[in-house]
Design a protein around this ligand. Structure first.
Ligand SMILES: [Zn+2]
Length: 87
């Protein structure tokens, strides 16, 4: 039995620490997001992962958290989704 990626205990720990809340909007988290996306070389480890709801995950997409915040700031648009960590 071998598997890649974080152990279930890491996922459970992250969700518990965040009280199953999306780190970006405070909604109900349904997955763990990569703060630095895998597409940009982000590691698949706990320190690069935050709980997120599907709406925030889709809005952030393959951007880093810094890129997402910068895009929201540059456009002045919140249509992307509010980012609680930015406030
Ligand atoms: Zn969210």
């Amino acid at each position: 039995m071998s598997r890649k990626g974080p152990a279930l205990s890491v996922r459970a720990t992250i969700l518990t620490v965040w009280d199953h809340r999306c780190a970006y909007c405070g909604g109900v988290a349904d997955h763990l997001d990569h703060v630095v996306p895998r597409a940009q070389g982000g590691p698949h480890r706990g320190e690069n992962r935050l709980p997120a709801c599907s709406a925030c995950g889709q809005a952030k997409a393959d951007r880093t958290l810094a890129q997402w915040i910068a895009d929201i700031a540059a456009t002045g648009s919140i249509k992307d989704r509010p980012v609680r960590l930015a406030s």
